[in-house]
Design a protein around this ligand. Structure first.
Ligand code: HEC
Length: 143
């Protein structure tokens, strides 16, 4: 059987598209394992009254526009997550290899992973884009 160029292209796109998506999911999952799981748990379950959960977190669901800033700059001071009070310090996260800030693309993939697992959902703006993350990061210090 000979494929027409158009059919060959369509087949190629169909074959490679899922690979792209899986890759991003993998990067998000990998970054989560590297940077967050040690505290928030493999399944986002948190640690008792010390570390709040990310799985099914009402705080996470209610602050979608601040999550990129939390990853980059950390969070401190009293918060309530699913009815439990926390008053701890989370430092901003840096890339383990480069010791630089995580890039907007990395933060995008990481947050898309978190918002599509453990009963979490994307915020009102839907699946995150790099441009959306950049806009959130520019607004960090104005909150
Ligand atoms: C060293 C431990 C530690 C690491 C690593 C860490 N966090 Fe946190 N995180 C905390 C603590 C402690 C708080 C609560 C801060 C407070 O009390 O204000 C928190 C709060 C949060 C919150 C808001 C509350 C909630 O549970 O919804 C989010 C979202 C969050 N972290 C996401 C992340 C993500 C994403 C990563 C990885 C990039 C990460 N954290 C890495 C300790 C950590």
């Amino acid at each position: 059987m000979r494929l027409s160029p158009a059919a060959a292209l369509a087949a190629l796109v169909l074959l490679t598209l899922p690979a792209c998506f899986t890759n991003k999911q993998n990067q998000g999952a990998r970054l989560y394992g590297q940077h967050c799981a040690g505290c928030h748990g493999e399944q986002g379950e948190g640690i008792g009254q010390l570390i709040p959960p990310l799985a099914g977190s009402d705080y996470l669901a209610q602050h979608p526009n601040q999550l990129a800033c939390i990853v980059r700059n950390g969070l401190k001071g009293p918060i309530k997550v699913n009815g439990v009070d926390y008053d701890q310090l989370m430092l901003g996260v840096q890339d383990t290899a480069t010791h630089r800030q995580l890039s907007p693309a990395q933060i995008t993939n990481l947050l898309n992973f978190i918002e599509s697992h453990w009963g979490n959902h994307p915020g009102p703006a839907g699946v995150r884009t790099i441009a959306g993350t950049e806009a959130e990061l520019r607004a960090c210090n104005q909150q």
